[in-house]
Design a protein around this ligand. Structure first.
Ligand SMILES: NC(=O)c1ccc[n+]([C@@H]2O[C@H](COP(=O)([O-])OP(=O)(O)OC[C@H]3O[C@@H](n4cnc5c(N)ncnc54)[C@H](OP(=O)(O)O)[C@@H]3O)[C@@H](O)[C@H]2O)c1
Length: 243
């Protein structure tokens, strides 16, 4: 089959590759759509020749797991892999895929996994937010859009920081209650989710309040992988509550 493969010189090419043999608890998915993540582009800048990228995919099951568990032939699924998803077919552990509802296209579904899971874990890191007001910087990216949907569905009032009206429009449709522009000083907000944002906060929202707290676990908890290791990001984003 054909798969996008690293050349070893910072680029990709479509190459003919061998298909992996699925284990008991793995299904084979015919890939219909995939979405690239920024983190993958960083990896690809230094990837060795032959590395196969691809974390977020959607497609149709062509070979169900031999264990008898999981979706069957013809079911449309979305999946999150460590790599090797940008290919005609991908081998996926059944605990890393989910059936896609009919109303959602494969292209839409493929955009969900990493950004969606990151946003979901961020809602867990913030704890219950139903009666709180949040300020979300960096809101106009994939994580921000999912976070706004999840938090708004809990009844949270969210102010989003976005550079342009165009970037803010969809966030307001998804449930954000108001939008402020980058660099608008909002000293009545106190950051509660930040690590590197001590340096990026002033660029986003004006001066950093002196009582800003920086619980180090927040972002690493949001990024915890299924195997329990923590990724080290430089998020430059934070959530905050209006004091
Ligand atoms: N996407 C993922 O799957 C994923 C997975 C794990 C972790 N993360 C992390 O989660 C965070 C959000 O990811 P994302 O993909 O949603 O973000 P993104 O698309 O890279 O950026 C979101 C928005 O942040 C604003 N922004 C960019 N640089 C900024 C800066 N220096 N200071 C303040 N605002 C800035 C921009 O909006 P405006 O110009 O409109 O303000 C941009 O549209 C990132 O730190 C990323 O590394 C993302």
């Amino acid at each position: 089959m054909q798969a996008w493969t690293a050349t070893g010189h910072g680029s990709l090419r479509l190459a003919e590759v061998d298909e992996a043999e699925p284990r008991q608890d793995e299904a084979v998915v015919a890939v219909q759509a995939f979405s690239p993540n920024r983190g993958e582009s960083f990896v690809l800048e230094r990837a060795e020749r032959g590395f196969r990228p691809g974390k977020d995919i959607a497609g149709v099951i062509v070979k169900p797991a031999r264990s008898g568990h999981g979706p069957g032939v013809g079911d449309r699924v979305v999946a999150h892999l460590d790599h090797s998803g940008w290919a005609e077919r991908a081998v996926v552990p059944i605990d890393r895929l989910a059936v896609v509802p009919e109303a959602i296209s494969s292209e839409e579904a493929a955009a969900l996994p990493l950004a969606g899971v990151t946003a979901l874990r961020l809602t867990r890191a913030t704890g219950p937010v139903a009666s709180r007001r949040l300020l979300l910087t960096g809101a106009s990216g994939g994580v921000g859009h999912y976070f706004v949907e999840l938090a708004a569905s809990q009844g949270t009032q969210i102010t989003v920081v976005a550079a342009t009206d165009q970037r803010a429009r969809r966030l307001l449709e998804l449930g954000a209650s108001e939008r402020i522009k980058r660099n608008d000083p909002q000293s009545s907000f106190t950051p509660t989710m930040t690590r590197q944002s001590r340096t990026t906060w002033p660029r986003s929202c004006g001066s950093l309040p002196p009582d800003a707290c920086t619980p180090r676990s927040a972002w690493s908890q949001a990024g915890r992988t299924r195997r329990g290791s923590s990724k080290r990001w430089s998020p430059g984003r934070c959530a905050a509550t209006r004091s």
